[in-house]
Design a binder for this molecule. Sequence first.
Ligand SMILES: [Zn+2]
Length: 395
Amino acid sequence: MAKTQANAGKPDRIESGLLRRINERRLFEALQQHGPASRAALTRLSGLTAPTVSKAVESLLSRGFVEETDPIDQAIGRPGKLVRLATASAVVLGVVIDVGNCSVAMTGLDGRVTENLTSRFATPTDYPALLDAIEAQVRAFVGNSFDRLRGIGVSVPGLVNDRLGEIVFSPNLHLLDKRNPARDLADRLGCECLLLQESYALCLGERLHGAARGLDDFALLDVEAGLGLGVMSGGRLLAGHSGLAGEIGHITVAPDGLRCGCGNRGCLETLATDAALARMLSESVGRPLRLAEAEALLAARSADFQHEIRTVTEHLAIAIAAVINIFNPTALFVHGRLLIGNPERFERVLDRVKQRTLTAALADCAIHATRSSKRQGAVAGIIHQLTSAWAPSFG
Ligand SMILES: [Zn+2]
């Protein structure tokens, strides 16, 4: 009996520690959503009491997650200081490994990616050179202030097996097969690095900064290099047993079609993507075109390539219809350049989607071009990881 009493205070202490972190996370999320705010505004936005907000802000300040700043308009009286997500005292990096090009972007904990803090380089042809290039870019950005670096999100194409903790297979970038660049970068740089499948990264980016803000049920289709799918259902990403769910790109649509990067023939991604259209244009003009060159060619002479545009439009509509019919999302975001990035061609895709989708499912679903990017997604991913490690989210 005496023993029970001696331990009686312990669960309460654990509970209050957890409660404190949950409150801190709630404030962090309010700042993510609304931008810099005074303590009074945070009290209103969070629904917490003023003393609780005050305590939580002090704790966030002491750990460098937020900073104080002066309000822009100081004309009226002496307004209190604003609290904002740390941008001077803490940084995160987003690394995007992709077919053709890679990029590294640095942001504060507000996660706002800018062009002047982004560097790009052609994807090296072997894995050690890739790690060298990323490490060099990271060191150039961070310099001597590694203490400010909270973590790095690494977006990768391919099948990421969560249980094995590696990319088991990357159909369009085989140098990543059986690799985990996040783990290897963590070893080189000594900081937390998170591996993110690129469709998942895009979902997180769109949810934090794009048009999916506040949505718990949506799907995202990436149609640039491969055909990737992320499905957010009830606020959780559909992962499957090992994190491999969503590989819609490797559904066979042309049994005797072209060889796909996965080894099969006639996969949907050989016919429905920007890469597929760029390949068809390359064949038509008789020289290999990069995506940007294909984009320029379409801008100048799209009338000459109507057959190629129609073929990819038709297959992309089939892909979009499949996602809507199977998952019944409230919104579908499509990430692409050649068809989705051009309003007129995007309209033609949507027109074909109407023909291919069950009317009831289509009526539930708004289709948008994404506003986010893989860079934004990689950054959103590491920020999400940092806050999740800190306390669970309750909405
Ligand atoms: Zn395939």
